[in-house]
Every structure is written in C-alpha cells, then in structure tokens.
Design a protein around this ligand. Structure first.
Ligand code: IDP
Ligand code: MG
Length: 150
C-alpha cells in the first residue's frame, strides 16, 4: 500500500481547515496512518524544502512554514501520492480546479494550505524527516472491502 506525506500548512491551521481537510482524506477512502501537530524548526524546514534552496521564494517559504503549527500526516492507499496531489490541486491556487483543496480555499501560491509529496521517493524521504517508524500505525479497517475491489 502506497504512503504519502501530507502536511496542513500554518495557513490551513490558522484558517480552521484541519477538520475539513482530514474529512476529505477520510471520505475519499484513504487511511490516516500517522498524524501530529508540530512546529517545524528552520533546520527541518530547510531539509524538507531542500530542492528549492536558492530559488527566490525559498526564504519566504521557510519563514512561512515555520511561522505556526502544522499538521503532519502519513496518508495511505492505492496510488496515494498521485491521488493526494489531485485532491490538493495545482501549486498556484489560481490554476487549481474548484473541488480541490487549493482551488476551493486558496488564492496565493505562498499560502496554498497543504503540502503533499510529489513522488513515491519524495514521500519516503519526507515521511522519514517527520516521523519515526513507531509513530506510523498499521491497522486493519473493516471498511476496506467497500473501498477496494481487491
Ligand atoms: P508543491 O507544493 O505543489 O509541490 P513546489 O513547487 O514543490 O509546489 O513548491 C513548494 C511550495 O513553495 C509551494 O507549495 C508554495 O507554497 C511555494 N512556492 C512555490 N512556487 C512559489 C512561487 O513562485 N512563489 C511563492 N511561493 C512559491
Ligand atoms: Mg513540492
């Protein structure tokens, strides 16, 4: 089963969107395997967003992501990486379809509410940054036969 790293950014927390977002993830059928509220250090933020180091928005991005608590999650399901990227919508909320999280709730690219891993490799790396193995729960859901054909 594929896992992805999802993070409700400080703007999502401040705007009381935690419940809405968690609810969308649950209703879709994905399983939440880990979840915690944390305040990210600058050091961790710079590692997490390492691929963007040197870009003009990097400093602002690190300032923003460390500006308040975030909700960090491991979300599990078939094709969870691509599926969650679809649910989130495009990076710039202007290009995100209505019905997506960024399309429905965001306006600016620097306040786009949610992070989700962009590949299986990124997901593994990001989950490793934010979660210890013992924080990720493996459990059976009796509902799964109503969500998955196999
Ligand atoms: P993603 O979050 O959709 O994967 P990335 O390109 O990985 O998008 O960028 C990481 C985050 O950096 C974005 O979610 C957004 O908050 C911020 N960001 C990306 N591009 C810009 C920009 O051009 N201006 C300001 N912030 C940006
Ligand atoms: Mg990205």
């Amino acid at each position: 089963m594929e896992q992805t790293y999802i993070m409700i950014k400080p703007d999502g927390v401040q705007r009381n969107l935690i419940g809405e977002i968690v609810s969308k993830i649950e209703k879709k059928g994905y399983k939440i395997a880990a979840m915690k509220m944390i305040r990210i250090s600058r050091e961790t933020a710079e590692i997490h967003y390492g691929e963007h180091k040197g870009k003009p928005f990097f400093g602002g991005l690190v300032d923003f992501i460390t500006s308040g608590p975030v909700v960090a999650m491991v979300v599990e399901g078939d094709d969870a990486v691509a599926g969650m990227r679809k649910m989130m919508g495009a990076t710039n909320p202007l290009n995100a379809e209505f019905g997506t999280i960024r399309g429905d709730y965001g306006i600016s690219v620097g306040r786009n509410i949610i992070h989700g891993s962009d590949s299986i490799e990124s997901a593994k790396r990001e989950i490793g940054i934010f979660f210890k193995n013992e924080e990720i729960c493996s459990y059976e859901r009796s509902l799964d036969s109503w969500i998955y054909e196999n």
